[in-house]
Structure formats: C-alpha cells, structure tokens
Design a protein around this ligand. Structure first.
Ligand code: 9MG
Length: 276
C-alpha cells in the first residue's frame, strides 16, 4: 500500500484522493472587502470538506493564460489569512504557488502540508527551501509560461518529454534529500498542451507514473481541453465533462485528483469503487 507523507498527515493512496480547489482571487469571491472575502473563502473550504475533499488546495495567483499579474506580496496577503484560519481544522492544506518568497512566508507560519508548484520548484531557492521543510511537494510539468503557453505547444513525443521531465525533477528532489514519500508528479494538463497532447497524456497515465517514479496528481477540472471536446465555452458549465475526466484519470491510476466540483466527483468515484 502506497503512503503519502503530506506534512502533518500520513495519507493512504489506496483509493484516489480528492483535492478541492480553493482559489482566493478577487474574481472567486468578489462580494465586497477583504473581511467578506476571507469569510467566503472559509465557508467555501467547509463546503469542499463536507462534499468529500481530502486535501484543500489554496491559491492566490491564477495561472490561466491572460490572467492579470499579481505581486508576491498581494498573493501572500490573499492566501496567508486563509491558511492560518484553516490550520486549526486538521485537514491537509496545499499551497498552490510557484514563488519561493510565498512558500517561505507560508511555511514560516506553519500552515502548509503540501506545496503545489506548477513550476516544479524551478524558482530560485525553492528546492532548498522545500527540502528543509517538513512538507510534501507536487512537481508539475508545463511548457512555456502561463501567458503564452497555449500559443504553439510543440512536442516530438509528448509522453516521453513530459515523463522524462518529471523523472528528472523527482531525481533532483531525491538528490536534495526529499524522501520519495513526500513527492507527487503531475503531467500538467492544459499547461502548454493541445487537446491531442492532453489526450495522449491521459491515455498514458500508468506509463507516466512509472516513468516519474512518484504517484500522480492530475487536474483537468473545467479546463479548456474539456471545452474543446464538448463545445461548452463556460468553464462552470463543464461539470459532466470534468467528472468524466476525473473518473477516467482515476481508472488510469491517478492517486490525487484536483477538482472544483468535489461532491459530484466524489459520487462518481464512489460508484466506480463500489464495483470493487
Ligand atoms: C494550480 N493548478 C492549475 N491546474 C493545475 C493542475 O493541472 N495541476 C496542479 N498540480 N496544479 C494546478
């Protein structure tokens, strides 16, 4: 049985876990000032947990193409109060950030179990910082930067390139003394990938886990790849597609699935698991 050392928690990966997305950006909780925003974020966190989330992923910077720039100070101001208030809940808390300074401040506050980094610890000092802390790390692949990554994604062999990159980042973490039990790998659906690239990666999840040498976390919830398949332009109208994608990923061995719609995804996984 595979065990994941997630900061204060030791989690079994025998069944897929759900990571509930808690975006603390102005467009997520837009009603009024920062007190209301904090309250709304906490209420949403409680909803995600009641719906079946195993981990909460808190992020203050959107990485979707075209998202406005957010300074590291602003990003920290958004996430830190939420992390501090949630720390009392005894639930694994993930911090979605690619910035060393944000990681450092949140780690100092002692309110983080997992760093979810779409840049796979490539920011200066991030690797050493995480190695010295008692936290887990999710290393994600992306091609290019969020602003431009969807303009012309290009791979000779997307599975080999993504798997090879993840394997190298995992090896680097191990060489820096991060125990394998603390590591997750993520192919980065939609981060510098066409629909065909994303589908090839979804088909190849079992192979990618073997190549990376770490359990896989995946996120396809509401993404434009699902819009391309269904023709549905509005992300929040992609529930059926998101649940289907999560289920297919679970069937292909994904250990942690990052989703907005926890309740519906949880129910779908329950039906699948009932089959034994
Ligand atoms: C922050 N974020 C947005 N999409 C993501 C994905 O697919 N994986 C991970 N780990 N983080 C993501």
């Amino acid at each position: 049985m595979s065990v994941f050392a997630c900061g204060r928690f030791s989690l079994s990966l025998e069944r897929p876990l759900l990571m509930g997305i808690l975006n603390v950006t102005p467009d997520s909780f837009s009603d009024g000032g920062s007190y209301n925003r904090l309250d709304a974020a906490l209420a949403h966190a409680e909803r995600l947990l009641a719906d079946g989330a195993d981990i909460l992923d808190i992020g203050g910077e959107s990485t979707r193409p075209g998202a406005p720039y957010v300074s590291p100070e602003e990003e920290l101001q958004r996430v830190l109060p939420v992390l501090e208030r949630l720390a009392a809940l005894q639930v694994p808390l993930s911090l979605d950030t690619r910035r060393t300074s944000v990681m450092r401040a949140a780690l100092q506050a002692g309110a983080v179990d997992l760093i979810n980094d779409v840049s796979a610890l490539e920011d200066d000092g991030a690797l050493a910082l995480v190695a010295a802390a008692n936290v887990a790390i999710c290393l994600m692949h992306k091609q290019g930067n969020p602003d431009t990554m969807q303009q012309q994604p290009d791979y000779a062999d997307v599975v080999q390139e993504v798997g090879g990159y993840l394997a190298r980042r995992i090896e680097l973490c191990l060489a820096h003394g991060i125990a394998r039990e603390r590591l997750l790998a993520d192919p980065g659906f939609g981060f510098g990938k066409t629909l065909e690239h994303n589908l090839a990666l979804l088909r190849a999840l079992p192979q990618l886990e073997t190549m990376a040498g770490a359990p896989l976390l995946v996120g396809m919830s509401r993404k434009s790849m699902l819009g391309a398949i269904t023709g549905e332009a509005q992300p929040d109208q992609r529930l059926g597609a998101s649940v289907a994608a999560a289920l297919l990923a679970a069937q292909r061995g994904a250990r942690i699935i990052r989703v907005h719609d926890v309740k519906a995804t949880h129910q779908a996984l329950q039906v699948w698991q009932a089959l034994g």
